[in-house]
Design a protein around this ligand. Structure first.
Ligand code: AMP
Ligand code: ZN
Ligand code: FE
Ligand code: FE
Length: 282
């Protein structure tokens, strides 16, 4: 029997809407025997240095990543980028634009909720942008703190989902633009949790021609039947069938525990091989 390495290519920390610090996440991964860990915070690379430093002492291979939030109409389409370079000033500048856009959106959501009579602490929510990228989960926690809701989920259901009274649309950023941005900066673009979109083929027709290279297949929340279904789509489109948990902290989101996605070793080998071939090409 060959040694199976445990792989998780999709995780979040407190530099976006996760709970652990980047170093804390890497320690938790090492304790669980995870040997390859992708850190993919929403629209930010702010956790990568601390995570890489922790990983180097623990025998964990850290895959530097990011998860870009785009929209098609009002539906969320998330694009993962692997092997991003957090020393790349051009990429940092674009991510900073996205961070500013998130702050504008959260500010509008706070004002809207306050206008509806919910006295959430806007300054406290916005202050979290010092640590990393902020978004609706931070607004949700603000609603919890004043007792308006009992859970983040309830906050989304009642206030923050599209069509609810606290919702403000994201400033336009298309999946094609996200893929192009990643390609331009020598990262590998992957469509995240494909079942979040109702029209998988429609999205693929838009993003494969501009450089999508992977398709998140072994996503922890999906069933073995869904993994098989996605694997067939990945193979048909010649995309690397990546996978991960989408971990946001222990017990934070059901079905998304760290290391819980059945990612085959072969998938990591294909991803790292593609990265090396890009490096060789200069
Ligand atoms: P935003 O990027 O600010 O629009 O916030 C969307 C993020 O909130 C998603 O990427 C998820 O990580 C998280 N999220 C979405 N729906 C929920 C939910 N029902 N409960 C908790 N977190 C959620
Ligand atoms: Zn998240
Ligand atoms: Fe996502
Ligand atoms: Fe995610």
């Amino acid at each position: 029997m060959t040694t199976e390495s445990r792989i998780d290519l999709h995780t979040h920390t407190n530099v976006s809407d996760g709970q652990d610090t980047p170093a804390g996440l890497v320690h938790a991964a090492a304790r669980q025997g995870i040997s390859v860990l992708g850190l993919t915070d929403h629209d930010t690379m702010a956790g990568l240095d601390a995570a890489a430093e922790a990983a180097s002492g623990l025998g964990v291979t850290l895959v530097p990543g990011v998860e870009l939030s785009t929209t098609v109409d009002r539906a969320e389409v998330h694009i993962l980028g692997y092997f991003v370079d957090n020393r790349d000033d051009g990429l940092l500048a674009r991510l900073d634009d996205l961070a500013q856009s998130r702050i504008r959106r959260v500010t509008q959501m706070i004002e809207r909720l306050q206008g509806l009579g919910y006295p959430i602490d806007g300054d406290a929510i916005l202050a979290e942008s010092e640590v990393g990228s902020i978004g609706r989960p931070h607004v949700a926690r603000g609603l919890m703190e004043i007792g308006a809701v009992e859970s983040v989920n309830e906050a989304f259901d009642r206030f923050l989902k599209a069509g609810r009274p606290g919702y403000v649309p994201r400033e336009p950023f298309s999946p094609e633009d996200a893929v192009r941005l990643l390609v331009e900066h020598q990262a590998i673009p992957v469509l995240a949790h494909p079942f979040s979109t109702r029209d998988i083929e429609g999205i693929l027709k838009r993003v494969v021609p501009v450089g999508l290279k992977g398709f998140e297949t072994y996503y922890a929340e999906y069933s073995p039947e869904q993994h098989a279904e996605l694997r067939a789509i990945a193979d048909a489109w010649e995309l690397i069938p990546t996978g991960g948990s989408d971990f946001h902290g222990a017990g934070v989101r059901e079905g998304r525990e760290l290391g819980s996605a059945p990612v085959p070793t072969e998938v990591w080998e294909r991803l790292s091989r593609l990265h090396r071939s890009m490096d060789d090409a200069g």
